[in-house]
Write a protein of this length. Structure first.
Length: 164
């Protein structure tokens, strides 16, 4: 059974010239300049996240990590742009391959909205916590594991019912 592993996160100081949408910040409840936020410079935050990802890639005998996300093209573009701004040449993520739980959730559970797909998978969902990057990432990971585990169960069921 596939399950989520360690969780790593960092608050990031907005890069010089970044355009912050006030409506999005209000919706997410984020104050990027709050003094107690303990945010890191973009490069420092990326290094903090990339290090355990690289370790997992190496441990599993892979060459690149595949980003799993709910509509992950935004996330991967953001990570790639941040790595480029920070001058990091060793981005552990594959430059364009992702697993998209919005699409997979639609296929397996008939739901493309993260909260609805999570609930359909039997995953607890707290609307008060939703839309924080860490919470949504954790729930996306749970959803991905549920989808993969459901697929594995279906494959096993299908192979055991085949005539000998």
């Amino acid at each position: 059974m596939l399950h989520s592993g360690e969780v790593h996160s960092a608050h990031v100081i907005p890069f010089e010239g970044s355009q912050l949408d006030p409506a999005a910040l209000e919706f997410n409840g984020i104050d990027p300049h709050h003094p107690l936020r303990i945010a890191l410079a973009e490069k420092e935050a990326l290094l903090k996240i990339f290090q355990p990802v690289r370790a997992a890639v190496k441990k599993n005998g892979c060459t690149r990590a595949i980003l799993v996300g709910h509509n992950p093209s935004f996330d991967l573009n953001f990570v790639n742009a941040a790595a480029q701004r920070a001058g990091l040449k060793r981005n552990p993520f594959h430059p364009f391959s992702t697993f998209d739980t919005a699409t997979l959730g639609g296929l397996v559970y008939g739901q493309t909205v993260l909260a609805k797909a999570a609930r359909a998978a039997g995953i607890e969902w707290d609307n008060k916590e939703a839309h924080s990057a860490r919470y949504d990432a954790e729930k996306t990971a749970e959803l991905f594991c549920s989808i993969v585990n459901t697929w594995e169960t279906l494959k096993q069921t299908a192979s055991s019912s085949e005539p000998a």
